[in-house]
Design a protein around this ligand. Sequence first.
Ligand code: SF4
Ligand code: SF4
Length: 233
Amino acid sequence: MYLQITDHCNMVCPHCAFSCSPENNQFMTREIFHDAIRFISEYSSTISIGGGEPTTHPDFEYILFHSLANFDVWMSTNGKIKEKAFVLSQLAKKGIITVSLSIDDYHEPIDKEVIQWFTKKRGRLSSINSQDNDYRHIQNVTRIIKAGRAIKNNLWDVDDDCPCDVIFIEPNGKIKICGCENSLYIGHVSTGLIIPEDACMHIFNENICFNRSREWINDLFKDYKIEKLLEAA
Ligand code: SF4
Ligand code: SF4
């Protein structure tokens, strides 16, 4: 599951699928975070810590520590806060966490030293599924997804790709089927799911795109008014 701990970012990339920026100021509270890890641990042993830029969260170290204590953790960073990027690169190098450094033509330039920290000795880009225990990864965006600020800036070049196809928990604790802005609201980490668990398990276990499977999902939730769920979001 994807845990969006903040929508704040210290960059304003024109292609950002979640429209993050320094003006956004939602930061997950510790209370919501603990409810979230309780909720997630019922379904999964892995967690993706996301943003915005996760390292800008004032409680980032607290969140990281408790996430590592409970899950296999994946996260990405833009590396702009160098001291935190260094620590993350070292944790990933030891296989304690998987960390992707995002570098591409659309992000602000990343400090060369930070790129070095995330580059494996052999000099080739690593894979998330690499056989060794060095979980540093450099992520290069090659296709711009039709989502968020990419739409506003008319930058997208594919409309069948996905910003986040797993259960998405917003900084305020709302649970959505996945990461698109118009995705379906299915509950809150503090109060639980508002749809039947078996329906949720369909979604957890299969990669269901809400936007491309509207009919299928309408049928799955036929006893519930999808419009009502969307209104509640
Ligand atoms: S793409 Fe990443 S680094 Fe760029 S604004 Fe969005 S969250 Fe921030
Ligand atoms: S609606 Fe579809 S494209 Fe959007 S995040 Fe969900 S699965 Fe991905």
